[in-house]
Design a protein around this ligand. Sequence first.
Ligand SMILES: Cc1cc2nc3c(=O)[nH]c(=O)nc-3n(C[C@H](O)[C@H](O)[C@H](O)COP(=O)(O)O)c2cc1C
Ligand code: SF4
Length: 468
Amino acid sequence: MSDQKTMEQKILLQHEEPLKTLDDYLARGGFQALKKALGMTQMQVIDEIKRSSLRGRGGAGFPTGIKWEGVYKKQADILGMIPTKYLVCNGSEGEPGTYKDRYLIQKNPYSLIEGMMIASYAIGTYKAIICIKEIFKKEIAILQRALKECADAGYIGDNVMGTGRNLPLELGFGPDSYLLGEDRAQLEVLEGKPAWPRAKGMIPVEYGLFGQPTVVNNVETLSTVPYIILRGADWFKSIGTADTAGTMIFTLTGDVNRPGMYELPMGTSLRTLIEVYGGGAKLDRHIRAVFSGPTNAVIPADKLDTPLDFASMRKIPSGIGSGGFIVYDDTACILKAGLNFARFLAIESCGQCASCKTGTGRIAHRLGLIEEGKGTEQDVFAILEDCLHTKGSGRCYLVTETGIDISSIFYNFPDDVVEHLEYGCLKDRHLPLPKIKDFDEATHTFTFDENYFDRSFAEGRYIIEPAL
Ligand SMILES: Cc1cc2nc3c(=O)[nH]c(=O)nc-3n(C[C@H](O)[C@H](O)[C@H](O)COP(=O)(O)O)c2cc1C
Ligand code: SF4
């Protein structure tokens, strides 16, 4: 695929400058998609989204139209009561290495609002909520301003666009917790409870906010909706691959010359993202490994030609996650990078499932010993055993992430493990956890939450059980 073609296929970031006012958005065709949708039946809108093959951009890649249809079709609960349906936009973005949702809100909050209005109409919501972390002050201010403008102009709230339909949309806030992003935990937070995932079977479409049918969609997923409605499902499917249509905003961090957010058609190779858009490895060093957050298996350098779509990434085997790719060159210790993720997941584990809190803690502790040069072969085998038995054992996917990520490092970089057992870590380079706080576009620089570990250790959130 030529670079020219990929540049032409930007959808969400097609405007060079951020859209700062509703007038900016309206001047570029804003809210025409909502107008069009309101002239269609609810099921026609859902069918168009289904036909477009839009898959969620929050991590799991679930087909958006199917989720919408599931909630739309809930016409009565088991007692025969009419359900009050909800739409929740997941704006918590807690995955290390990901910044695209905040970036998108900064660039254009209006497509998200319009997408949410279209979804609200299609599924027949009582209320829509954007759930965002209270620490995302900049994005909250942008959204508050945009929501007021849109309400004043009649695009959200009562009597939307003069149709007599009431489609309220408000902000909801949550703590700086990774689990706020897990959809069932997010619903708990919106009900005023801690960010603890509900039991596995309680899927939001069936049992969502206040027990009502609920669609939870990611910021990028919902922001894409107006473009599909306006230009049609066939146009959307003409971009990307047969497995995953459209584009995705990839966050690229780590050892590349131009870290940043790049919107590319699905199917672009990871190598193109890194070399063409990210400017390649720094100082002509060699890339050794890429992580798509802590969620998936590490991607070794010989897999860089993999197309970025859900199926191809699963095959290698890894995953796209939320599109955040962290690149490490040959000066970085891959075990240290894995240790950062293992500690992060152990800290963020809520502790409802014993296998998760103790398993993630033990894995992180033993990996720490190996990294310090105090580990033994027994630690390696104990980690691999924990990776195996914790997999799928908890209420949510967090516990499985640790096992996949850390065991993949051992299998892909066995020499590094042996070297650590013999000599300890020979690379003394500082590797921060890429938990992104901010991005400076002018210098292509990300700022990370450098105090995260110290803060979490001091708060007693890192619990290990070395004796087990
Ligand atoms: C531990 C964990 C953290 C997650 N964090 C996020 C997040 O920050 N943002 C997000 O959109 N989805 C996140 N997800 C996925 C959500 O549970 C859910 O699948 C997603 O919001 C659905 O939206 P989509 O279908 O548009 O992708 C997370 C999942 C897990 C297991
Ligand atoms: S798997 Fe872990 S993070 Fe998820 S609910 Fe259980 S203890 Fe909490």
